[in-house]
Design a protein around this ligand. Structure first.
Ligand SMILES: *[C@@H]1O[C@H](CO)[C@@H](O)[C@H](O)[C@H]1NC(C)=O
Ligand SMILES: *[C@@H]1O[C@H](CO)[C@@H](O)[C@H](O)[C@H]1NC(C)=O
Ligand SMILES: *[C@@H]1O[C@H](CO)[C@@H](O)[C@H](O)[C@H]1NC(C)=O
Ligand SMILES: *[C@@H]1O[C@H](CO)[C@@H](O)[C@H](O)[C@H]1NC(C)=O
Ligand SMILES: *[C@@H]1O[C@H](CO)[C@@H](O)[C@H](O)[C@H]1NC(C)=O
Ligand SMILES: *[C@@H]1O[C@H](CO)[C@@H](O)[C@H](O)[C@H]1NC(C)=O
Ligand SMILES: *[C@@H]1O[C@H](CO)[C@@H](O)[C@H](O)[C@H]1NC(C)=O
Ligand SMILES: *[C@@H]1O[C@H](CO)[C@@H](O)[C@H](O)[C@H]1NC(C)=O
Ligand SMILES: *[C@@H]1O[C@H](CO)[C@@H](O)[C@H](O)[C@H]1NC(C)=O
Length: 500
């Protein structure tokens, strides 16, 4: 077994040492370190690459607390390894195998580390297996191994005695989390992030049912499939506010999402503006669920939801909703966009692109006073643009491409508009000079309409920032950072009319 934990450069070496956050030797700092602590430090030193001999003082007969203080940056208290409660080695450039850390340090010296409460190894390049001895760190409350190259399997044995574990971050590793269907974990987690891990069996783990205090769950891209059992949806009523099940093969219908008594007073984080539900890129079907008014982000895009929008948009339309982001793009939604009162005062992003919506864009759109980004491309919308859209004074992006919206070019757009795509519709007539007053405009796409007349001279001014830019960018823009250049598309999709 490779025991060498090499640290690339002197800089990262120092960083590594300095970030040995040692919170908490509650013991008397002036008591000399004990022999086994001294041995632990020597072992640690042995596995470090120390070309500049920074650790030359480590050794000899002197008090090992002084070895460390010689470094100047590290608290003396590191010497009291027996009291060590936190190790933070995150965001370093550890190359090597974690078994080197654990096998040659932690497991051999388990007595020395048994008080460990926080272990942060995030953002490194640690490879190898996660040692089962982890399961013996019975005081561990937070474990962060996310964004490493751990491989192999973690299973129930890794958690044997982790009764106090609250937060477990494991995103972005080549790990498989294998659990038996009847496993009852010893812990109650608050945060669980497993994104990009492989789950075995590849379905939503049954043991999640035992977790009554989850606030954050990230199981994005874990390869899970099948339907979501009905008990799962209690997660919101139990206080969860951040649930990401995106990029899986989950199927079936999604029930209405309630969140009784949310936020749960005790654990509410004031930074959290509301509940996030990210179910995008799955194979859910059936009609859209109703969601609690505490939801701030709802992403159900890229699935197979069908039916109309009226239930979701018009239900209890007298009650203000907290939603900021609504993404329903790339589904099988049909019918009209209902013209009910839209009591969504904070809604910033509405994305309904790539559905089969038809009829007019309702004039109730005026209710969306915070709207910045409206994506309606690739539907079957018709009629004229409602003049009431000018009420949406904060609108930055309007993408209507690929519909059947008709009428003359609207001239009443707000000054804020940065991206305007009306391409592939049935607008007709001349391009109004008024467009030139949209001084913030950076992308204007009017291709594939029935435009006639001349291109207004003032376009010279608009295109003064013209630069190269690919139209691909248009599909992904949600929030704009104003770093795009002016582009005017009037020609065919492939051929960009070059100005001047
Ligand atoms: C890991 O890296 C990401 C991206 O650089 C950063 O946002 C995050 O805070 C890092 N995590 C830790 C625990 O250092
Ligand atoms: C993973 O860690 C690397 C190196 O620290 C960092 O550059 C990267 O942003 C991190 N990725 C994530 C998703 O946190
Ligand atoms: C955990 O601790 C027990 C008792 O000290 C010991 O028998 C066992 O070998 C340890 N397990 C691991 C994986 O280190
Ligand atoms: C598990 O932890 C308890 C105390 O929290 C301890 O008594 C027991 O020995 C531990 N078992 C192992 C295997 O470490
Ligand atoms: C879930 O984790 C992945 C990978 O770290 C990250 O890209 C994604 O943004 C997380 N989900 C949410 C909703 O933050
Ligand atoms: C949509 O979901 C499919 C799998 O269901 C995935 O392959 C594709 O990349 C997703 N598209 C987007 C734009 O996320
Ligand atoms: C959803 O898909 C399942 C098969 O995955 C099918 O049995 C069910 O009838 C579908 N439901 C709806 C409403 O389309
Ligand atoms: C285009 O507009 C002209 C009038 O400007 C009209 O005569 C013609 O029928 C329109 N063509 C289509 C396909 O709408
Ligand atoms: C272009 O801008 C200049 C000054 O910024 C202004 O004087 C001129 O009238 C504008 N041209 C047109 C055609 O609007």
């Amino acid at each position: 077994m490779d025991r060498v934990m090499r640290v690339g450069s002197l800089v990262s070496f120092l960083l590594c040492i300095a970030s040995f956050t040692v919170s908490l030797c509650k013991g008397d700092l002036y008591v000399p370190c004990k022999e086994h602590e001294r041995q632990a430090l020597l072992l640690f030193k042995k596995d470090l690459d120390d070309p500049s001999n920074m650790l030359s003082s480590w050794g000899g007969a002197s008090d090992c607390c002084n070895w460390i203080s010689l470094e100047g940056e590290i608290p003396n208290s590191l010497g009291n390894l027996c009291k060590l409660t936190a190790i933070d080695l995150s965001s370093n450039n550890f190359l090597g195998r974690v078994s080197a850390i654990f096998k040659s340090h932690l497991s051999n010296q388990l007595e020395s580390f048994k008080n460990l409460r926080y272990l942060y190894l995030s953002n490194n390049s640690i490879s190898g297996l996660v040692p089962v001895s982890l399961g013996n760190l019975s005081l561990l409350e937070e474990l962060a191994i996310d964004n490493n190259s751990f491989e192999g399997v973690i299973s129930e044995v890794h958690f044997t005695n982790l009764t106090r574990l609250i937060n477990f971050f494991a995103n972005e590793n080549s790990l498989t989390l294998k659990t038996s269907p009847d496993w009852l974990p010893p812990f109650q987690l608050s945060i669980l992030t497993l994104s990009s891990l492989h789950l075995d069996p590849s379905k939503l783990p049954a043991w999640l049912k035992s977790q009554k205090h989850l606030s954050t769950l990230n199981m994005s891209n874990t390869g899970i499939s099948g339907t979501i059992p009905i008990w799962f949806w209690n997660i919101y009523s139990n206080g969860a506010y951040f649930v990401d099940l995106s990029r899986n093969q989950l199927s079936g219908e999604v029930p209405n999402i309630v969140s009784a008594n949310w936020p749960k007073q005790q654990r509410f984080d004031p930074q959290v503006s509301g509940i996030l539900i990210d179910l995008r890129s799955n194979q859910f079907n059936g009609s859209l669920p109703l969601v609690s008014s505490a939801v701030s982000t709802l992403d159900l895009s890229n699935s197979s939801f069908s039916g109309t929008l009226s239930h979701l948009l018009c239900d209890r339309s007298d009650v203000p909703k907290n939603l900021l982001v609504l993404h329903l793009g790339n589904n099988l939604l049909t019918g009209e966009i209902p013209d009910c009162r839209l009591h969504w005062p904070n809604l910033i992003v509405v994305n309904l692109e790539d559905n089969n919506l038809m009829g007019k864009i309702p004039s109730s759109i005026r209710d969306l006073l915070s709207l910045r980004s409206l994506h309606l491309r690739n539907n079957k919308l018709s009629g004229e643009l409602p003049v009431s859209l000018q009420n949406c004074e904060q609108l930055l992006l309007l993408d209507l491409g690929g519909n059947k919206v008709a009428g003359s070019f609207p001239i009443w757009f707000g000054q804020s508009l940065v991206v305007l795509s009306l391409r592939s519709n049935q607008f007709h007539g001349a391009i109004p000079y008024k467009l030139c007053s949209l001084t913030n405009l950076q992308i204007l796409d009017l291709a594939h309409n029935n435009i006639s007349g001349t291109i207004p001279r003032c376009f010279q001014n608009l295109s003064s920032m013209a630069n190269t830019f690919s139209s691909e960018g248009l599909t992904s823009i949600q929030f704009l950072d104003a770093s795009f250049s002016v582009l005017v598309f009037l020609g065919s999709p492939t051929q960009r009319l070059q100005f001047l």
